[in-house]
Design a protein around this ligand. Structure first.
Ligand SMILES: Nc1ncnc2c1ncn2[C@@H]1O[C@H](COP(=O)(O)OP(=O)(O)OP(=O)(O)O)[C@@H](O)[C@H]1O
Length: 261
C-alpha cells in the first residue's frame, strides 16, 4: 500500500517558510462569501491549508461544506473574498486577469465530474484544444504522449461518444496534463463512473503523483476514492475539520460519520 513519502509529513505546516519550497498550493485565511447582505452565504470561513509538492490529497466533507469552492479558489478559477492563495510561491491574488489566465494555463490542470469534452472532436483534438485556443499548436507527438500517459494511445481517433465514461475521463485528464501542470485539481472525477472505471481513473491520478511527481488535489464523496490519496482534508461548514494521513476506507468513513457527512 502507498504511504506518504518523506517530506510529506503529518500536520504539514502552512507557515510562510514552506510556501513555494515544499508546497505546491497554499491557502491562507481564505474566506469566500457568495451574495450580499442578508442573503450572503459564507462558503469558506477562513481556510488555512497547504498541499505538498508531489502529494495526492482528497478533500471531503458534507454537501455544502465548501469543497468545490475551495478547489475553485485554489485553482484560480474563483477569487476569495479575503485571504491569499499561493501556487508555489506566487500569490495569485496579486496577478492581473491576464497573468492569472497564463498561470492557470501553464501550471494548473482541472478535471471535472462531467468530463467536458467537445463531442464533435476526436480524443486527440480534445487533448490539443486548450493549447490551440492559447495560440500554441502542440505537436502530434506531444498529444500522443499525453494519451499514452492515460493509457489511450490507441484511441486518439475516437470521438467521445465512441469511448466509455472512464475513457472519456482519461481523455479529460490527458487534456489537463498536456501542459505538464504542477497541480492537477479534480472535482469528483469518479462521480459519474462505475466502480471499475472509477478505479482506473484513480490509479491514473495516483501514477501522476508517483511517476510524474505532480500534485493532485481531488474532491470526492467516496471513502474508497479517498483511500487512494496520501492525505484527506476534511471540511465542515466552510472550515477545515481535521485531516488523515495514510487514509483507509474505514478511517475515512469513521471521520466522515463524525462530521455528519
Ligand atoms: N455561485 C454560488 N452562489 C451562491 N452560493 C453558492 C455558490 N456556489 C456555492 N454556493 C454555496 O456555498 C456553499 C458551499 O458550496 P460548495 O459547492 O463549495 O460545497 P460542496 O462541499 O462542494 O458541496 P457538494 O458536496 O454538494 O458539491 C453552499 O452553501 C453553496 O450553496
Amino acid at each position: 500500500m502507498r504511504r506518504p513519502r518523506t517530506g510529506e509529513a503529518e500536520g504539514e505546516d502552512v507557515s510562510v517558510t514552506g510556501i513555494g519550497v515544499r508546497q505546491a498550493v497554499t491557502l491562507s485565511a481564505v474566506v469566500r462569501r457568495y451574495g450580499r447582505g442578508d442573503g450572503q452565504v459564507p462558503a469558506l470561513r477562513g481556510v488555512d491549508c497547504a498541499f505538498a509538492r508531489g502529494s495526492f490529497t482528497a478533500v471531503m466533507g458534507p454537501s455544502g461544506s465548501g469543497k468545490s469552492t475551495l478547489l475553485q479558489c485554489a485553482a484560480g478559477l474563483d477569487r476569495p473574498t479575503s485571504g491569499r492563495v499561493f501556487i508555489g510561491d506566487t500569490d495569485i491574488g496579486a496577478l492581473s486577469e491576464t497573468e492569472l489566465t497564463e498561470l492557470r494555463r501553464e501550471r494548473i490542470g482541472f478535471v471535472f465530474q462531467s468530463f467536458n469534452l467537445m463531442p464533435s472532436l476526436t480524443a486527440r483534438k480534445n487533448v490539443a484544444l486548450p493549447m490551440r485556443l492559447a495560440g500554441r499548436s502542440p505537436s502530434r507527438a506531444q498529444v500522443d504522449a499525453a494519451l499514452q500517459q492515460v493509457g489511450l494511445a490507441d484511441r486518439g481517433g475516437h470521438r467521445p461518444a465512441e469511448l466509455s465514461g472512464g475513457q472519456q475521463q482519461r481523455v479529460a485528464i490527458a487534456r489537463a496534463l498536456i501542459s505538464s501542470p504542477d497541480v492537477l485539481f479534480a472535482d469528483e472525477p469518479t462521480g459519474a463512473l462505475d466502480t471499475t472505471t472509477g478505479r482506473a481513473v484513480l490509479a491514473l491520478l495516483r501514477s501522476v503523483v508517483d511517476h510524474a511527481g505532480q500534485t493532485v488535489v481531488m474532491v470526492t464523496h467516496d471513502p474508497v476514492a479517498a483511500s487512494w490519496a496520501d492525505r484527506v482534508l476534511f471540511l465542515s461548514d466552510g472550515a477545515v475539520h481535521g485531516e488523515l494521513t495514510g487514509p483507509t476506507v474505514a478511517s475515512v468513513s469513521e471521520h466522515l460519520a463524525r462530521l455528519g457527512g
